[in-house]
Design a protein around this ligand. Structure first.
Ligand code: NAD
Ligand code: AKB
Length: 318
């Protein structure tokens, strides 16, 4: 049985992945960690061990790995695209030095490492449609720069030191449990909250801007599936393109209107996040993930919309 440490466990992905992994591997085998305790995570805190770990502190990371005999680190602590553009030095420190510390501890203690990359690892010069698995990667955000460097660093630790590193390039994730942590695709989560509360949404991303997206249950399945995939079948290891759907703001609005006909969409475009979105692909080619470890998403835009609205109605007590 694996003994897993999750960094950044109170974020959008970690708050759900921790519970999923505790169900699969047992509560005693999944240690959650974050830089600080945050309100609203009572269920996660009570269902297993929690440790304070700032990933920029390699010594602390190493202590916790040894204390709990960890053999797998799922590294989620990061600064996302929009916050990264506001605080590039912080993004570099957390995303690069944090990952370096994780890989060093993994090398010393013999751990496997899973860490997500992102559609942000691509840039203006990347082919926009059906973006290939192996292609030009010249991102122009600090977040994207750290994601490409992270993909390469994970490859390096696998080839040089034999660390079992794995990862996917996640698209924008849509979920109802924990709000997203300051990215460009966050509009596609906020829209559901505002649709239910106000029957309208003002989008900071402009009409016509397509980006890859995925519903959280598919992302959780992808992470577990790749973690458990036969290593002999993996050619790419650290940066598999995966996607479930690609849409622009008008398309998600139309999907919401099927459930809430009076829903209205307005636009107040944020130039910084719009420029980031414009530099990312319209749609990814995820053939390598399908072929190498059987990736196959379950949700499309309309089935996600129905589930999001149902779960959020319950959560918000509407
Ligand atoms: P998030 O921002 O919701 O969560 C990250 C967590 O890390 C936060 O709780 C934050 O407090 C914590 N953190 C920040 N600095 C830290 C530090 N120094 N030490 C320890 N913890 C620290 O992010 P997320 O959406 O859960 O993303 C997890 C990973 O998935 C990241 O690598 C991100 O780039 C990647 N990803 C996410 C998405 C998405 O849409 N959510 C898409 C593509 C890739
Ligand atoms: C962001 O928008 O920064 C993230 C991502 C796609 O990496 N959601």
């Amino acid at each position: 049985m694996r003994k897993i440490l999750i960094t950044g466990a109170l974020g959008q992905i970690g708050s759900e992945l921790t519970m999923e992994l505790r169900n699969i591997y047992g509560k005693a085998n999944v240690v959650a960690s974050s830089r600080r305790v945050k309100e609203g995570h009572g269920e996660l805190m009570e269902s297993g061990v929690f440790e304070i770990v700032d990933v920029a502190d390699g010594k602390r990371l190493s202590e916790v790995v040894r204390k709990h005999n960890i053999d797998t680190i799922i590294h989620l602590a990061a600064i996302l695209s929009a916050v990264g553009e506001e605080k590039p030095a912080l993004a570099w420190n957390v995303n690069m030095n944090g990952l370096y510390n994780v890989l060093e501890v993994a090398r010393e203690e013999g751990c496997a490492v899973f860490t997500p990359s992102s559609i942000a690892a691509f840039g203006d010069s990347t082919p926009k449609n059906n973006t290939p698995q192996d292609t030009i990667q010249r991102p122009n955000t600090i977040y994207g720069v750290t994601k490409v460097a992270g993909e390469l660093l994970c490859d390096y630790y696998y080839h040089k030191f034999g660390v079992d590193t794995r990862g996917v390039r996640l698209p924008g994730l849509i979920s109802y449990k924990t709000l997203p942590g300051g990215g460009t695709t966050d509009y596609a989560v906020h829209i559901y909250y505002d649709a239910l509360k106000h029957k309208s949404y003002t989008s900071f991303i402009d009409r016509g801007t397509k980006m890859d997206m995925m519903y959280m249950p598919d992302a959780l399945n992808a992470i577990v599936q790749l973690l458990e995939a036969d290593p002999n079948k993996l050619i790419h290891r650290n940066a598999f393109n995966i996607t479930s759907m690609s849409f622009e703001p008008e398309e998600i609005a139309a999907s919401i209107r099927k459930e809430i006909p009076e829903f209205e969409m307005r636009y107040e475009v944020d130039p910084i996040r719009q420029a980031i979105a414009d530099s990312w692909p319209n749609s990814l080619d995820d053939t390598a993930a399908r072929e190498e470890w059987g990736w196959s998403p379950k949700y499309d835009l309309d089935s996600m919309t129905r589930d999001m609205l149902e779960k959020l109605t319950e959560k918000l007590g509407l």
